[in-house]
Design a protein around this ligand. Structure first.
Ligand code: KG4
Ligand code: ZN
Length: 337
């Protein structure tokens, strides 16, 4: 069976074709980063318009790359949520129209399930059950995963997501959007002993996160200190250390509660080198293992949507013809497969 996957939840148009026997056949990604850079963040209306412009040519290109025609496709999966409603509706309209025209079923995919299952596209993939840390621009969640669609959200951010905190702090440091990777690069030159920011919500029990206060700590330090390159690098370092430590402290707790030995880390922030190093150390000490998607599939992409869509298609979890999106969609509402 073959499925076409379409991702348009934010500022990336991602298209892929996944075959349940041969694996990933083709994938294409168009990033709108340049379009939004002048505004310092994603402008939803511009995002929707750009998805509309790019989606059909990208689908054509992906079909050609996989040497497929519409006859070879058994279903069309698309990101139905969570995400920007206008952007989601572009993907939903195209996916459901294609499914109708081709006489194939459509599959509505949860964006975070896509991230969570992205490591399954690799040769070395985790068995169930595992603990997943999802760290993206819109979400920070710790999820116990017992199978596909068997998710228990154990903790999540009560305010800014980890990626969002990275981006906002980067902006305060004068870095261009998207600031997360830029801040991380700057932090490499920073001295971690100069500033120390709090590890929010780690002194209280519980598994939820809060990152908006960290951004305030960084803002106050930026205001109080001189604006030279070394100081900016030191602040970036203190910020990154605080986020990574906070995530690691909460993960340790969740691993202890669940007794799990396998950890999946996915979403845009899972590309962070410092985070990877710390989590690898943590899992090694516990005799466990960390699994990631390949770097290009850490951030938004069509491949993860095609993979998640395939699991749902095989379970006959398809949707009707009405074009709709689900901008807010709790992950534990998903049905098991
Ligand atoms: O998963 P993703 O592509 O989009 C969402 O679903 O939100 O994640 C994007 C987020 C952005 O906030 C970006 O700054 C952050 O991931 N990010 C990073 C790094 N690479 C991407 N944050 C920290 N360090 C990185 N190396
Ligand atoms: Zn994402």
């Amino acid at each position: 069976m073959r499925i076409l996957g379409i991702e348009t939840s934010c500022d990336e148009t991602g298209i892929a074709i996944y075959d349940d026997e041969k694996g990933l056949l083709a994938h294409q990604l168009y990033s709108q980063v340049k379009l939004h850079a002048d505004y310092g963040g994603v402008v939803p209306e511009l995002a929707s318009r750009d998805h509309s412009r790019k989606i059909i040519p990208l689908i054509r290109q992906t079909l050609a790359e996989a040497n497929c025609s519409s006859d070879d496709i058994d279903g069309v999966a698309y990101t139905a949520g969570p995400g920007l409603v206008g952007a989601l509706l572009v993907g939903a309209s195209v996916a459901r129209s294609l499914a109708y025209a081709w006489g194939k079923p459509a599959v509505a995919v949860h964006h975070m399930e896509g991230h969570l299952l992205a490591p399954m596209l690799e040769e070395h993939k985790p068995d169930f059950p595992f603990l997943a840390l999802l760290v993206s621009g819109g979400h920070t969640q710790m999820v116990r995963v017992d199978g596909i669609g068997r998710y228990e959200v154990m903790g999540e951010s009560i305010d800014d997501a980890a990626g969002e905190a990275f981006d906002k702090t980067a902006k305060l440091l004068g870095l261009d959007y998207p600031g997360g990777p830029r801040l991380s690069k700057l932090a490499e030159k920073g001295d971690s002993s100069r500033f120390t920011f709090p590890r929010p919500m780690t002194t209280k029990p519980g598994l939820d996160f809060s990152f908006s206060g960290l951004k305030t700590s960084a803002a106050n330090t930026i205001r109080a200190e001189s604006n030279d390159d070394q100081t900016r690098a030191d602040i970036a370092r203190a910020f990154e250390d605080a986020v990574v430590d906070t995530l690691a402290i909460k993960l340790k707790r969740a691993l202890k509660i669940t007794g799990l030995k396998r950890l999946v880390v996915a979403g845009g922030v899972s590309a962070n080198r410092h985070l990877r190093e710390q989590l690898e150390l943590l899992m090694k000490k516990r005799g466990g293992e960390v699994f990631y998607p390949r770097l290009e599939f850490c951030a938004d992409n069509g491949a993860m949507i095609a993979y998640a869509g395939m699991q749902r298609l095989k379970a006959n979890q398809t949707v009707g013809l009405e074009i709709s999106a689900t901008p807010r969609w709790p992950m534990d509402e998903l049905p098991p497969v």
